[in-house]
Design a protein around this ligand. Structure first.
Ligand SMILES: [Fe+2]
Ligand SMILES: [Fe+2]
Length: 163
């Protein structure tokens, strides 16, 4: 039987994943409204994934015969400066989620709760992948930023030509 503390943390994680799903959804909406269709596609997919994570926690709590608490929907941040700000915020949130998964994991390990540690292992692996994906996107954005500097430099070179 899982400890009260672990059950509480698992329930908090339902809320964390749910909030994150809403945040990604708001990012998708901002991106599409501002013409960034690729980012919108990425974020709509992420919003569904996080909702799937939330469901996994709900299902797991029910399977072990515990109460699963369905949280209220929080209003997420809806406006952004650009897609770099979006992905920087996404990385921060993924890191927050990783830390919260680790916290539940260490609580579960301390109480020799093998069912919970086994369940959480999937999330540990998932977070490695998720953080890596967002970091890769940030690299793409940084490189794209250099492309526009390169194009600007070419323009500067041509500036005043023929004067
Ligand atoms: Fe997640
Ligand atoms: Fe995630």
């Amino acid at each position: 039987m899982a400890s009260k503390k672990v059950i509480k943390l698992l329930n908090e994680q339902i809320a964390n994943e749910g909030d994150f799903s809403q945040l990604y959804l708001a990012m998708a909406v901002w991106a599409e409204a501002n013409g960034f269709m690729g980012t919108a596609k990425f974020m709509f997919r992420q919003a569904e994934e996080e909702r799937g994570h939330m469901f996994k926690f709900v299902r797991f709590l029910l399977e072990i015969g515990e109460q699963a608490e369905v949280p209220a929907v929080k209003e997420p941040k809806a406006s952004y400066k650009d897609i770099q700000e979006i992905f920087e915020a996404a990385l921060k949130h993924e890191q927050f989620i990783t830390a919260s998964i680790y916290k539940i994991m260490s609580e579960a390990r301390e109480s020799n709760d093998y069912a919970v540690t086994s369940f959480l292992q999937w999330f540990v692996n998932e977070q490695v992948e998720e953080e890596s994906n967002v970091k890769q996107v940030l690299d793409i954005i940084r490189l794209a930023g250099k492309v526009s500097l390169y194009l600007a430099d070419k323009e500067i070179g041509a500036f005043g030509a023929g004067k």
